[in-house]
Design a protein around this ligand. Structure first.
Ligand SMILES: Nc1ncnc2c1ncn2[C@@H]1O[C@H](COP(=O)(O)OP(=O)(O)OP(=O)(O)O)[C@@H](O)[C@H]1O
Length: 475
């Protein structure tokens, strides 16, 4: 399922690859593909990797859980194989998303800080004065942009203008010839404070269609397997639920004294606001009345990169005790089910052997042992989160990859898969948020709701139109 613009037949009529180097690129990529296209990937996912390996620019979209993030990781590997490594820049619209894929924010890559992109010429002047930023633009052969849905159309156009002007000696093409791989779902979280109502979304940018050889809407949902639940989520995504579907959601409502066994005691609650998350976790931790072990993140690097890490998923300070519900925030061992979002309970602390944990993170050098709900028990060692520019590590955070799991914020749960979840929707606002929340959980059986009101299921009309256009182009 794909929209074609310059992508008329497989890899025909693509105007970008006319440079002498393009043949080399194709040969390298063919060899690469035989190696990379794992049989586990769907046809659509393989098609994307094939296009990426052939130097095409691709927009990857799809419902929650269709494998966009997994595919993007594969695509980054392909890009690093086909281009000189220092010329591949991995970015995302937010610090959390950027840190999750080992990149930097799009703003910091571009050298535009967080200022408004209203005046492309003024921004361009700033970028040209900012030598490291101008060098990055000049050096880039490929630019990855994750969570592109959170970038507004005016900024997208401004970035394209910067790329073309900085690189005019290299290429007059769109984005100055940079291969763009963007990923995101416009039905999920929208841009914040878009300055121009005509260009609220990136797909409204003048250069949007010209930017991509292939725009693909991934259709196979992996996170859920129950067809009824998948259909319900699709309807929520589109902002249209029928009465039968609303009844299904109604059955998930939390009733007082409900589910006496383990609901909602051991279940993660999702809240839109951070202050609710902190309040619930603090209260539950205190109720345990056990000795608390503190883990402080160990950072290196300068600002603004350090700041990006501080805004990321790994906490500055993690406080846990025996009995605390915790959630993994990294994929530790996918085969054993220890993935981003796996939850469990801290059962004990053990002294680390060797240098498994720095005294700067935990003076007593204790590791938390977690009994995960998937049945695996492990002593969790610190992990690293990097801010990368090309191949260079700009900043690094080391921390134990856990957060308290009684409550998690909607923004932090992006990309997570949860077996059981209680969602408090009373403070949900805007389009897409109900969908983001509900699409984290694997099954309807694992879902409990409070504060739900059908009027909160909303999709933006422009987004609906854009996806209709995608479907139309794909038919
Ligand atoms: N081809 C595949 N075969 C098996 N599992 C897959 C495949 N592609 C993705 N998955 C799995 O599906 C789950 C969801 O994938 P992923 O997180 O990449 O989806 P996503 O589209 O980025 O979701 P979201 O929009 O919610 O962030 C993950 O557990 C991932 O490993």
């Amino acid at each position: 399922m794909l929209l074609t613009r310059r992508f008329i037949a497989p890899f025909v009529a693509v105007s970008r690859l006319t440079s002498p180097s393009s043949k080399t690129l194709a040969t390298q990529s063919d060899a690469h593909l035989r190696h990379q296209c794992s049989p586990d990937l769907t046809d659509q996912q393989s098609l994307v990797l094939d296009a990426v390996a052939r130097g095409r620019s691709v927009f990857i979209t799809g419902s929650a859980g269709t494998g966009k993030s997994l595919l993007l990781r594969h695509a980054i590997r392909v890009l690093r194989d086909i281009h000189p490594r220092h010329s591949v820049f991995v970015t995302a619209s937010t610090g959390i998303a950027a840190t999750a894929i080992g990149g930097q924010t799009l703003h910091s890559f571009a050298g535009i800080g967080t200022q408004s992109a209203d005046d492309a010429n003024a921004v361009l002047r700033d970028v040209l004065r900012n030598r490291p930023a101008a060098r990055r633009w000049a050096a880039a052969n490929a630019l990855v942009v994750d969570e592109v849905s959170m970038i507004d159309g005016r900024l997208f156009d401004t970035l394209e203008t910067i790329a073309r002007r900085v690189r005019h000696r290299k290429s007059d093409d769109v984005w100055g010839g940079i291969q763009i791989i963007a990923s995101g779902d416009f039905f999920q979280l929208p841009p914040i404070n878009s300055p121009d109502p005509e260009k609220e979304f990136a797909f409204e940018a003048d250069c949007w269609d010209a930017s991509f050889d292939l725009q693909i809407d991934l259709s196979h949902v992996f996170r859920q397997s129950d067809a009824k639940f998948i259909e319900l989520l699709q309807c929520i995504r589109l902002g249209r639920c029928n009465p039968d579907q609303l009844r299904l959601l109604d059955q998930c409502r939390v009733v007082q004294e409900d589910d006496g066994d383990q609901w909602p005691e051991t279940v993660t609650s999702l809240y839109p606001l951070n202050r609710d998350v902190q309040r619930v976790n603090k209260q539950r931790l205190e109720e345990l009345e056990r000795e608390i072990v503190v883990y402080r993140a160990m950072d290196r690097g300068k600002n603004p990169w350090r700041k990006q890490l501080e805004r990321g998923i790994a906490p500055d300070v993690l406080e846990v005790c025996v009995g605390a519900r915790v959630m993994l925030i990294k994929n530790l061992d996918v085969e054993r089910g220890l993935v981003n979002g796996s939850v469990g309970v801290v059962t004990e602390f053990v002294e680390s052997s060797g240098r498994a944990i720095s005294a700067r993170i935990c003076p007593d050098q204790l590791l938390p042992v977690v009994q995960f709900d998937v049945g695996v028990k492990v002593a969790v060692k610190p992990s690293s989160w990097d801010v990368m520019e090309g191949q260079v590590v700009l900043a690094r955070r080391r921390q134990v990859p856990l957060i308290l799991a009684w409550a998690v914020s909607v923004h932090k749960c992006q990309g997570m898969t949860l077996d059981r979840m209680h969602a408090d929707l009373s403070r949900v606002f805007g389009c897409g948020m109900v969908y983001v929340v509900l699409s984290r959980v694997r099954s309807l059986q694992g879902l409990r709701l409070s504060g739900f009101n059908p009027s909160k299921i909303k999709a933006h009309p422009k987004v609906l139109q854009f996806y209709e256009r995608l479907q139309f182009g794909q038919s």
